[in-house]
Design a protein around this ligand. Structure first.
Ligand code: CAA
Length: 261
């Protein structure tokens, strides 16, 4: 659809932001298409998503600077809200989302990757929040998520200086989970996504919810969130099957796929 492609490989959905002429920069149209694709994901069939960018050079080179250049204060705030609402939708999707960062992840590109659960990148990936050099702050969640992922000190350093960093540094500071040669990025992302899709889906969703919601509150409340979600897995078919499979000492038996119920 338009600037965003969607493909399915088994139980994995692959979302590709496809505006390579502008290095996949996010203008209003791209954001609208992205939201439509996310809304259309069949959450009964898909167990993990991969988000990537079209081409070899760029994941997403940020929000569209041309479009932003003439915005008023009110329009700027509204544009920020559009991006924030969509990125929050990605972050709170019930299923995991892996960002396969295949090149530039600048400004809104770094920000969208941070709304995903896991970031994998190619060796040529470059991350950064260069907004202060454009006279603005990060506006699609960068001030909040970068500080949560790499800690406030590193986040402040990167955001105040607007300095871009290469994949090895992004790995060293914990911004990305793994770095791969470019040609291995998608196969590795797919391998990870399929590995996640093989696990008990109700349990995987409960883990995502527990981690995300627990990080927003104090430890007493966080532990109570975990207890509820832990409890919610019991009596599911997947829990009964998963535990019975373990307890059955017949080593010849092959594990059946989980049923999501
Ligand atoms: N917005 C609009 N167009 C962009 C863009 C962006 N963020 N990034 C790249 N493009 C366009 C370029 O204008 C160029 O278009 P033309 O061919 O029509 O001239 C095309 O993509 C190719 O880009 P370059 O010629 O610049 O390619 P390069 O290899 O020389 O440089 C780059 C690559 C370093 C990524 C450079 O394009 C760049 O610095 N881009 C801007 C990065 C940036 O500042 N991002 C943050 C945006 S602000 C933001 O995202 C705010 C927020 O938090 C919501």
């Amino acid at each position: 659809m338009g600037f965003v492609d969607y493909n399915v490989d088994g139980q994995v959905g692959i979302i590709t932001i496809n505006r390579p002429k502008a290095l996949n920069a996010l203008n209003s149209e791209v954001l609208k298409d992205l939201e439509a694709v996310i809304d259309a994901v069949d959450l009964d069939a898909i167990r993990c998503l991969i988000l990537t960018g079209a081409g070899q050079k760029s994941f997403v080179a940020g929000a569209d600077i041309g479009e932003m250049s003439t915005l008023t204060k009110e329009e700027g705030e509204a544009f920020g809200k559009i991006g924030n609402d969509i990125f929050r939708k990605i972050e709170t999707l019930p299923i995991p989302v892996i960002a396969a960062v295949n090149g530039f992840a600048l400004g809104g590109g770094c920000e969208i990757s941070m709304s995903c659960d896991i970031r994998l990148c190619s060796e040529n990936a470059i991350f950064g929040q260069p907004e202060v050099g454009l006279g603005i702050t990060p506006g699609f969640g960068g001030t909040q998520r970068l500080a949560r992922i790499v800690g406030p000190g590193k986040a402040k350093q990167l955001i105040y200086t607007g300095r871009n960093i290469k994949a090895p540094e992004a790995y060293r500071i914990g911004l990305v989970n793994e770095v791969y040669p470019a040609e291995e990025l998608m196969p590795q992302a797919l391998k990870m996504a399929k590995g996640i899709a093989k696990q008990a889906p109700i349990a995987v969703r409960a883990c995502k919810k527990a981690i995300n919601e627990g990080l927003e509150v104090g430890m007493d409340e966080a532990i109570a969130i975990e207890e509820k979600l832990f409890g919610s897995c019991f009596e599911t078919e997947d829990q009964k099957y998963g535990m019975a499979f373990f307890l059955d000492k017949n080593k010849e038996k092959v594990k059946e796929p989980f049923k999501n119920c």
